[in-house]
Design a protein around this ligand. Sequence first.
Ligand code: PLP
Length: 382
Amino acid sequence: MSDKYYRDTVLEVDLDAITKNYLAIQRKNHDKTFIAVVKADSYGLGAEVVSNHLAAKGVTFFAVATLDEAIALRMHGIKEKILVLGTIHPEHINKAIQHRIAVTAPNLSWVEAAIDKVDEKYDKKVWIHIKVNTGMNRYGTSDIEEIKTMINKVNHYQRFIYEGIYSHFTSSDIEGKATEEEYNEFKRIVEAVERPSYVHIANSGGALLLDEDFTTAVRSGISLYGYYPSLYTKENTTVKLQPSVRLVSQICAIHHLRKGESVSYGRTYTASDNETVATIPIGYADGLWRQHRGFDVKLKNENVPIIGTICMDALIIKVPDNTKVGESVTIIDNSSDSDQALEKYSEYVDTISYEALCALGRRLVRYYLTEDEKLVYNAIIN
Ligand SMILES: *Cc1c(COP(=O)(O)O)cnc(C)c1O
């Protein structure tokens, strides 16, 4: 990846904010292992830089969704423990062994198939985390007899290490009884079987809200990047998070419209008076939605609206007459009070912070800021 770029639209990622969030969540869960969830390219922020930064700050355990993501982290120098949260094909177990990656066992037939597929040419062992289903009905099993047999098979196969047992909350970010019920169900199941070193169920919502001493690890994704899973979580946790992302661009063209003239595809906006409009070089290919039309962006501490149809690579805003080419525009701000906070940007198109971050396009240069250095990553120019 190159550190060169030739575009005025960048995604700034504040690595110091991410460190603070990690430490704040770890402080609340001081007796537990912190598992940094860096799947989906660290929720769009860039897994290579974010993971290496966190490893340098003391994070010892990472989680991703797929085996490819885990291998990519290994290739980018991550030496710490990595767990794949999704289900890998049993025949790919050798890749996990080769790259020293921990994998999830969702049921007994997976364990049997994986044992059957292990290639004898590797003499290394692989760590297994058993997935318990407590209500997601996505991966895992809730059958205690099945789990006992899985553990027994893992323990009796010399190449497997029974390292973890875990589940996943369905509703830890909303009010209600579901989380307590799922936690109790998990506890009931784990207490009935052999206990491994890692027992984990909490995602961000759980890690921010729960107080319990049964589990030994928490898995945090969205909160690590400075965003609460929901308003309910924000209002009910003692943990203060700091948003890490700013999406900024610069005005690249100005047009003066006379009353009755329009802008962009389909002429969907028409000036009702003489007006000044400005073009900024960011569009839906960068992760905005076409539905962001009407959303206010920030130009010199002033809110100005996106007008007309949002294009693939550009959009148009209505600006004061004295606006100049080169002036900076903030689309997503790194303050939760801002009108351009990620929450507001997401709500405007009826989605959640998670989806808005994951949608940020690969061609946005990632500009990483820390106290002592600035790092630029351009995934487009290799
Ligand atoms: C994505 C994911 C997480 C992280 O969830 P956040 O709400 O972002 O903290 C944790 N566990 C599993 C199994 C996941 O898939």
